[in-house]
Design a binder for this molecule. Structure first.
Ligand code: ZN
Length: 108
C-alpha cells in the first residue's frame, strides 16, 4: 500500500468507515511510516480537535490519537474474529450440506 493510498484513507479511518482488510493495511502502514502518521495526526487534530475545542473541552492531541489508534486496533481484532466465525459457520454449513447429500445418496 502506497502513502498516497493511505492518505486517501485517513478521512475514512477517522469516520470508522474502513473495511477489515483496508483497516489492517492502514494500521500496518501507520506502524512503520512516519510521514503518514504525521498526516493522520494533522487530520485528526483538524477533525476531532476542533470539534472538541468548540465544545470547550481540553484536548490532549497525543493521548487522544493514541486512544484512537488503540481503539482501531481493538475494532480490527473484533472484526477479524467475527470474519473467522462467519467463515467457520459457512464452512460448517457446507460440510453439513455435503454430509446430508451423501447420507441421502447412501440411504435412498
Ligand atoms: Zn506512508
Amino acid at each position: 500500500m502506497t502513502c498516497k493510498e493511505v492518505e486517501k484513507m485517513i478521512p475514512l479511518f477517522l469516520e470508522d468507515d474502513l473495511d477489515v482488510d483496508d483497516l489492517r493495511n492502514f494500521m500496518e502502514h501507520m506502524d512503520k511510516c512516519e510521514d503518514c502518521k504525521e498526516e493522520l495526526t494533522i487530520q485528526f487534530l483538524v477533525l476531532e480537535g476542533m470539534a472538541r475545542l468548540e465544545d470547550g473541552n481540553v484536548f490532549d492531541l497525543q493521548n487522544e490519537l493514541k486512544f484512537c489508534m488503540e481503539d482501531a486496533g481493538h475494532t480490527l481484532k473484533r472484526r477479524e474474529t467475527m470474519q473467522w466465525i462467519l467463515y467457520a459457520a459457512q464452512g460448517l454449513t457446507v460440510v453439513a450440506a455435503i454430509t446430508l447429500i451423501a447420507l441421502v445418496a447412501v440411504l435412498f
